[in-house]
Design a protein around this ligand. Structure first.
Ligand SMILES: [Zn+2]
Length: 107
């Protein structure tokens, strides 16, 4: 019997600069996420329509120079971020962060 794939877990997750967030994973992978990429991928109810998953956030309303002010652990589930536009309602599951990093070809 194959064990099911455990969800990816981070070893270290930190801001490198206000523009760049870096995650080192327990399996040795490293993913890097820009403040803007994370903002565009925000999964909260004001950015993504609940139920349909339709994006409500207009990418051109997100400035290129948006910054990350910080992040906060949400239990073992994931992270929430604080952006310079005042947005902070999105909770990113670790799995999602790992997937976002992989889309950028870094994991
Ligand atoms: Zn959001």
């Amino acid at each position: 019997m194959q064990p099911t794939q455990p969800p990816p877990l981070p070893k270290k997750a930190d801001l490198v600069t206000p523009f760049l967030f870096r995650i080192e994973w327990k399996d040795g992978a490293v993913t890097e996420h820009t403040a803007r990429d994370l903002r565009l991928a925000c999964p909260c109810a004001s950015c993504i329509e609940e139920g349909t998953g339709r994006p409500l956030l207009e990418p051109k309303t997100v400035k290129d120079d948006i910054l990350l002010f910080g992040s906060e652990l949400v239990g073992r589930y994931g992270l929430s971020f604080f952006w310079s536009d005042g947005h902070k309602t999105g909770i990113f599951a670790w799995q999602r962060l790992r997937h976002l990093g992989a889309q950028r070809g870094e994991a």
